[in-house]
Ligand binder design. Sequence first.
Ligand SMILES: Cc1ncc(COP(=O)(O)O)c(C=O)c1O
Length: 401
Amino acid sequence: MTNKPQTAVEAFVPLCAPEIRGNEWKYVKECLDTTWVSTVGSYVDLFERSIAEAVGSSCAVATSSGTAALHVALLVAGVEPDDEVLVSTLTFIAPANAIRYVGAWPVFVDAEPDYWQMDTAKLADFLERGCQWRKGVLRNRVTGRRVRAILPVHILGHPVEMDPVLALARKYELTVIEDATESLGAKYKDQSVGQLGDIACFSFNGNKLITTGGGGMIVTDNEEWARRAKHLTTQAKEDPLEYVHAEIGYNYRLTNIQAAMGVAQMEQLESYVTAKRKISANYEQALRGIPGIIPMCEAPWARSTYWMYTILVDKAEFGLSARELLQALAQHKIQARPLWQPLHLSTAHKGSWNAVCPVAEHLNRSALSLPCSVGLTPSSQNRVINQITAVSAPRAVRLTA
Ligand SMILES: Cc1ncc(COP(=O)(O)O)c(C=O)c1O
């Protein structure tokens, strides 16, 4: 079935392409016409306000990327060299890298099997059994390092179960830095992600629900932290006129052009979430009955944006592994993607705490993300569904023969 020659009508189906159909041209043109193209301009302020409003936070600081936002969030939250930060192991690598940028160490926490987010029972177990108070400071029993913060990553558009995270943070006096980069628009109970911890970060890179081409945002209710984040992201210049600096800062500013695009994109956030949820419902309905395909789920306490629609593939039942299915789809110009290597296995982080994370490893072996652009047409989605059904069919016939 998969070896059929491709026909001229088979167009490429990308995994997750940006959707640009609103006021993006108008607002960007205004930047060009007025020459407000760089890091100062009304759109930066407007974009910050629109994200703060959507999340329900009092302050927002725009940055050049989500990674830059995480770096600065860790700095303003007071994470210091040689501290430890508890972070999801099943995530894109950026949050763990940002922890290393400030000289601290990630301690990786496994994923839970239902919604694939940080496992809060394992988080509690590490804090209860793996740490101890010494002279008023919480320390990792083995490394002796101070445990300073929890960095839950809301992956794939779905929130982490935050009540246990927040209760543990209170009990162990830890700061909570949410990596909400993949989950703008998602809700935990009735609160938006990004409003639950002490500080949170978003990304507007090209494949995110809202894109500015590249960009990020820090949100917090702590006005002092927000002021400091603005200071650090703008080269830590002390005086509005004179070029004097008391500490090392960063050039992490978002440009007015990027922010203009962001403002236009934010006008469409709710319609994008609606489109993603419709795509997910279509996949769920079509794929649920195929043996060996396990669609992603939404917790009863969550509103997922289904930013990156993902399934699990059980080779014993389906006949192909996730990576074999990826290849079969690629032959028909359909782009799919595996989930990230869990970070406790990453050579880049080999000096970190040697965590045991079997669930994340299983998810890495069996997960496959499917095309889910906001603008995915029903006919393109049917092509994806038909190809998955087609490669599963011979085995289903064999099983019933
Ligand atoms: C979970 C997570 N954290 C952080 C980032 C970093 O964002 P950026 O690419 O804007 O630096 C990304 C994605 O790109 C991400 O998926």
